[in-house]
Design a protein around this ligand. Structure first.
Ligand code: PEP
Length: 247
């Protein structure tokens, strides 16, 4: 089956109200792109961003597993949904590293996302040392087994493969290495989630730019990208949306 590509942006801890003009520019340039578009801004911008247009869907960058309660500084999937989010990133490597999030934590957050009606964008990826040691497939396989809940479907879950060493570094795996990993991920989830095997979308993330997006989107089992730095400006992200629309 043909899977619709997804161009997803992760603004991380960047973006104030003035940055909403980037979304207005994307809406003007892409009234009806042939791909899905998602931007995950700081939570403070979700409400205003969701009100801007139709093309750019809005997501959170993390959620707590609980619906509400005494968790100062955290945000629940239900609160994100109430603000207008349709998706949430869980298990980004910066969360796994900075906040010690385990696969079990990520799995609980993915289930929380579904509970609130959000798509869970579950991130996995190996470190440079793990790749150098020839362990990349094993590490990612373990993360998939531990982080992707049994109820995952192509409709409620997107998987983002983001090698930690490629995030924000300008380094990108070879197209062959991306293909090997994406083929492996589809086969692996095909074993555990048999009926959904062909439905999951697998994003590649790590130093995607307008200049390399088209060749990455042409790789086997790459169904889009999760983009950090190059998602902040409409001029850059527009090139990635255009490549996703063609690929
Ligand atoms: C990311 O953090 O998800 C990411 C892929 O960042 P960048 O595109 O800047 O490498």
């Amino acid at each position: 089956m043909a899977r619709r590509k997804l161009a997803a942006g992760n603004w991380k801890m960047n973006g104030v109200k003035a940055a909403l003009s980037e979304i207005e520019a994307l809406e003007a340039s892409f009234p009806a792109p042939d791909c899905d578009v998602l931007i995950c801004p700081p939570a403070t911008l979700i409400f205003a961003m969701a009100a801007i247009g139709n093309t750019v869907k809005v997501g959170g960058q993390d959620c707590h597993a609980n619906e509400s309660g005494a968790h100062t500084g955290d945000i629940s999937a239900e609160i994100l949904a109430d603000a207008g989010a349709t998706a949430v990133i869980v298990g980004h490597s910066e969360r796994r590293a900075d906040h010690g999030e385990s696969d079990a934590d990520v799995k609980a957050k993915a289930e929380a996302a579904w509970r609130a009606g959000l798509i869970a964008v579950i991130c996995v990826g190996e470190t440079e040392a793990e790749r150098d040691a020839g362990k990349a497939l094993d590490i990612v396989g373990g993360q998939l087994a531990g982080s992707v809940p049994a109820g995952a479907t192509g409709a409620n879950t997107v998987i983002a493969y983001e090698p930690v060493w490629a995030i924000g570094t300008g380094k990108v795996p070879t197209l062959g290495d991306i293909a090997e990993m994406h083929d492996y991920m589809r086969a692996k989830l095909g074993n555990s989630h048999t009926s959904e095997a062909e439905n999951f979308r697998f994003l590649y993330g790590g130093s995607v730019k307008p200049s390399n997006a088209a060749e990455i989107f042409a790789v086997s089992n790459v169904d889009g990208a999760l983009v950090g730095g190059a998602s902040l400006k409409a001029s850059d992200f527009g090139g990635i949306i255009a490549a996703a629309s063609e690929g």
